[in-house]
Write a protein that binds this ligand. Sequence first.
Ligand code: NDP
Length: 333
Amino acid sequence: GKVLLTGGTGFIASHVLDYLLDHGFDVVVTARSDEKGQRIVKSADQSVGKKVSYVVVADIAKEGAFDDAVQSDPPFDFVIHTASPYQLHFDNPVADCLDPAIKGTTGILKSIKAFAPTVKRVVITSSSAAILSPPNHRKVYDESSWSDVTWDLAMNPQHTYRASKKFAEKAAWDFLATAQPNFDLATINNTYTFGPVPRSLADPSNLNTSNRRIFDLVKGHMREAIQPTAPVFTFVDVRDVALAHVRAMTVPEAGGKRFYVVGGFFSNPKLAGIIRANFPALEGRLPVEGDDDFPADHWAFDNSRSKEVLGIEYTGLEKSVVDTVESILRFEE
Ligand code: NDP
């Protein structure tokens, strides 16, 4: 089979690419420039039988941006769409985040419908942000839940990113319902993701957002004052997220479903404790020992669909953190 994978430079996409190649798929990644595309191809495992190439899509928010990229010879069987802005702050919420997230999603679906009739399924990287409604939490979250974030709130930079994920995913399901394309859809609603940084990463200043918390601990940025983990945080390992994408693509029953992909809870004191126990040399950079700062009766998650349909066996926090730290320390060598 042949797969188009968007956002090839990304943290999550780099692991999806590894899994796709390991499962024997031919992969074309999209990147915003030739320089970035070449870097991905170079860093991918180029051993016999593993094939990856790239195509440039400079601006995913532009009308018809994916019209050329979805056409390939031989043609694509699947598309995995991960490209979307993920930062803590956006100067211009609409232009910098909401447009690329939402128009990027509807745009690629339109291009597939118009120009790639062989595509059977599309998997979109949505987010737990499209599920959770802080601070009005449910008791237990699962795939039946949609974030209550509004378009008005999206104009507040603090809420822009999570709103972009909700509105982009919603637009995708709406497109499926109204345009009735040949392909079906599955979404991966993964939570805050830890794991080894991409091999193709040039330097840690380009580190993806969700690994930055571990990066800050490793670099001593939280030594004096550990940020509170208020109110409650969940994590998942990037390799579980990558496998979920591949399974969501290949398992027939995954079509038409969202998957809440979440491995467990974490707190910053817990992260510091794991680093302390596994990397004694980093002791001088770590904050003093502390307890979990969670309220006692916090909300819960139900990830059973991801286990039953996709067969995900979740990686524990310790392994995820240790492997992330090792990948960050490589930059100090
Ligand atoms: P990265 O920042 O590492 O990857 C983002 C990818 O999207 C990069 O390839 C980036 O390209 C591309 N991208 C961002 N903005 C644009 C744009 N305007 N036009 C074209 N491409 C763009 O983050 P992640 O790997 O963490 O994120 C990948 C996906 O996973 C996103 O959809 C994100 O919302 C989702 N997600 C992430 C979670 C996490 O905790 N990490 C949790 C839940 C969902 P470039 O390198 O050129 O900037």
